[in-house]
Structure formats: C-alpha cells, structure tokens
Design a protein around this ligand. Structure first.
Ligand SMILES: N[C@@H](CCC(=O)N[C@@H](CS)C(=O)NCC(=O)O)C(=O)O
Length: 200
C-alpha cells in the first residue's frame, strides 16, 4: 500500500491508523502548493483528480480517497478493531462518528485555516465547532475512547483534528476531558513514532 500525504494535514490520521493497525505502507509526500497538482498531465491527477490528500493506494491502480472511507478500510484490516466493529450497530456508530469528525470538525476547521470565510462566517463556524467539542467533551467524561472502551480509528481522526484547534484560535484546554483524551492518544508509542516519521 501507499499513502499519499502532506505533513500536518488529515492524512496524519491515516498514518496513525496504519501504525496502530501494524499495516505496512510506503509514504509519498504531495506538495499541496503545487499549482499543477490538478492538471491532467500531472502524475497526481491519476491518483486524485480533485487534488487533495489523503489517498491510499491499495495496489498499483486502485486509489481509495476520503478520510472516513480510508479509515474504515484500515479498521477492517485491524484485527482488534475489526472484531470490535463487527456488530452491525457498532459499525453504524463508527460511520456516525467518522462523518461527524469529517463534516463538523475537519472541513470547517480546514476552511477557517485557509481563511475561506468572511468574519461573520468565521464567528458562526467557531461557535458551531465549540458546540461539537462541548458534546465530545461530555462523551470523553463517560468513556475511555470516543466509541467506548476500545481505541478505534475515530479516536485517531479526532486526535488529528484536535491538534489544529490552536491555529483557529480555540484552546483545547477549555475542554478538560478532551484535553486528557488528546494527551492520552499523544502518549501512545505508535503516535510518537508516526509523528517522528512524518517530520523526517
Ligand atoms: N473530503 C476530503 C478532504 C480532505 C482534505 O481536506 N484534505 C486537505 C488536507 S487536510 C487537502 O489536501 N487540501 C488541499 C486542497 O483541498 O486543495 C476527505 O475527507 O478526505
């Protein structure tokens, strides 16, 4: 497998999931600033014509895109996690959480980071993100991980996007249980190793 990634972006959640699931992959850095990235002549166009990461190449010609889909693919190949997610309702709960992180946190934070909102939109968006974090903070007071007692790919995705809050003027310390969750994931051996590898 190959992961097309850009440092500091959502592809880090996929890198973490691969590491925790002990799945081997090669890592191909993509320069998101490259203005030719979406040009049909650019090699990355075959990988993702939409010009963004992450993309997981599952073999030479099969490219899986969109963080929630890629994380489900990994979850199914992660023995412990696959086992946990086997129940039908558990599976829907995993989709639910991945969709929430993707659409209610990842995307709006991404738009804020890229300054793609006017001031009114920015204020509303920050307040909506804070509301999501209030709810996730409450969940974090009740369970060890976002989907219950076992680590899942959703935790790794949430951890990744929580790491961006500071860049949009939100202080994670405001949400005590989420801060503790972040610190717990951050301490994991795989996470530390993945961070070093990403920076190399
Ligand atoms: N819908 C995609 C969005 C991925 C995404 O936002 N990727 C960002 C990095 S976090 C990116 O590559 N942005 C560059 C761009 O969109 O031009 C997903 O969920 O995987």
């Amino acid at each position: 497998m190959k992961l097309y990634f850009a440092p500091g972006t959502s592809s880090f959640a996929v890198r973490l999931a691969l590491a925790e699931a002990r799945l081997e992959a090669d890592f191909i850095a993509v320069n998101l600033e490259d203005e030719w990235l979406r040009d049909p002549q650019h090699p990355f166009y075959q990988v993702n014509p939409l010009g963004y990461v992450p993309v997981l190449a599952t073999d030479e010609s099969s490219f899986l895109r969109e963080v929630p889909a890629i994380l489900c693919f990994i979850a199914d190949r992660w023995p412990g996690e696959g086992e946990r997610a086997r129940g039908e309702m558990d599976r829907y709960k995993l989709y639910e959480m991945l969709a929430l992180i993707n659409s209610e946190l990842h995307k709006p934070i991404g738009l804020l980071l890229r300054q793609m909102m006017n001031e009114g939109g920015r204020v509303k968006s920050v307040s909506r993100i804070a509301r999501m974090l209030d709810w996730l903070n409450l969940k974090a007071t009740q369970d060890e991980f976002v989907l219950g007692p076992a680590l899942s790919v959703a935790d790794l995705y949430l951890y990744t996007v929580l790491g961006w809050l500071t860049y949009v003027g939100l202080d994670l310390a405001r949400w005590k249980a989420l801060s503790a969750f972040f610190a717990k994931i951050d301490k994991r051996e795989c996470v530390q190793a993945a961070r070093l590898a990403e920076a190399a």
